[in-house]
Write a protein that binds this ligand. Structure first.
Ligand code: RIB
Ligand code: CA
Length: 332
């Protein structure tokens, strides 16, 4: 029985890799893709999602546009990171179709009322917050809520203390975490502490191209801009691909370690968007989140390459030599 998911995203280069991974996994059925503003404005994200589905020959998967702005804060994109078209300046051909019969929240509500499925949220949480506000009953039907966002001990990536998804719409993130607490549920927080270790290095990208030239060339095309950004801002040779880890963790939770904790998201001032993780139980509140702290980097890339490149483990024998020993220790 395939595990059903809806991907809520802001494509976005790493969102695109996450969608490609999910569509490549036999065990997953992608019921639909919902778009929120974030890396790119919602319409651009919608156009990019269509381009990715066309590349994957999966234009059967529905896409619905959601939030065009955060709940309260002015919208701030991350096009400086993802390129002028939100896909690394690749300017792939536009894809027609997908007239919108529903908006994202209506699709989420309708789908969750008809069947249980999980939600992989890899952008700001605006659509999720609006789903809870408009149809809490449907939201309760979620099997697993996985959110790429936040950070525990790792520094922020758009302020000293905040990760972009939760910084872009802090009211949405704060509301979702507060509602999860009220419902006695836990959101799985795939934060920067683990995603920063998922670096697509030039060697790994070259290996992808050798193993599957068509897929490797496509990944190179949409990540080139991202490489330049990471060198300029993080002095990193490679690019951090945050979002595919949310999909991989959903598939194989054993790839990561973590702990349950109560979390609140700050919405104002200098620490806007900070995920305040009560690891030492100061507030004596029931845990509303499971915070990931360690990741098996080699295990992630093995899963990523096996599914995206359609290779067996035996065909990926070089992989472990391409994963730096530093990242091996992250699991110890
Ligand atoms: O902070 C990284 C996250 O923000 C990723 O999901 C990236 O795509 C952006 O949405
Ligand atoms: Ca994203």
């Amino acid at each position: 029985m395939k595990r059903k998911i809806i991907i809520d995203c802001d494509p976005g280069i790493d969102d695109s890799l996450a969608i490609m991974l999910a569509l490549s996994c036999e065990e997953i059925e992608v019921l639909g893709i919902t778009i929120t503003c974030g890396n790119a404005p919602a319409e651009m994200g919608f156009a990019n999602a269509k381009k990715i589905l066309k590349h994957m020959n999966r234009l059967d998967v529905p896409i619905y546009i959601g939030a065009r702005k955060p709940l309260k804060k002015p919208y701030v994109s991350a096009l400086d990171t993802h390129g002028p078209d939100g896909l690394g300046g690749s300017f792939l051909d536009e894809v027609t179709g997908y007239e919108q019969s529903l908006n994202a929240v209506a699709f989420l509500s309708q789908t969750l009322r008809s069947q249980r499925c999980s939600l992989i949220a890899i952008g700001p949480l605006t659509n999720i917050a609006q789903l809870i506000q408009t149809d809490p009953t449907a939201f309760q039907n979620i099997e697993m809520l996985v959110s790429m966002g936040g950070n525990y001990r790792s520094h922020g990536n758009c302020s000293p203390v905040a990760e972009y998804n939760y910084w872009e719409d802090p009211e949405a993130a704060a509301f979702v975490y507060a509602e999860m607490a009220k419902m006695g549920k836990q959101i799985h927080m795939v934060g920067l502490d683990v995603t920063r270790q998922i670096v697509l290095t030039p060697d790994l990208l070259s290996y992808m191209e050798q193993l599957n030239p068509q897929q490797g060339a496509f990944v190179r095309k949409i990540t080139r801009f991202y490489y330049d950004f990471h060198w300029q801002w993080e002095h990193l040779i490679g690019c951090i691909i945050n979002d595919p880890l949310a999909v991989a963790y959903f598939l194989r939770p054993q790839l990561c370690d973590g702990f349950a904790s109560y979390v609140q998201i700050e919405t104002e001032s200098i620490s806007r968007g900070q995920s305040v993780i009560d690891a030492y139980d100061f507030y004596r509140q029931k845990a509303n989140a499971f915070i990931l702290t360690k990741v098996d980097v080699k295990g992630f890339f093995m899963l990523f390459f096996q599914n995206l490149l359609h290779k067996t483990k035996a065909e990926l024998s070089l992989l472990e030599h391409l994963i730096s020993s530093k990242s091996e220790r992250s699991k110890e």
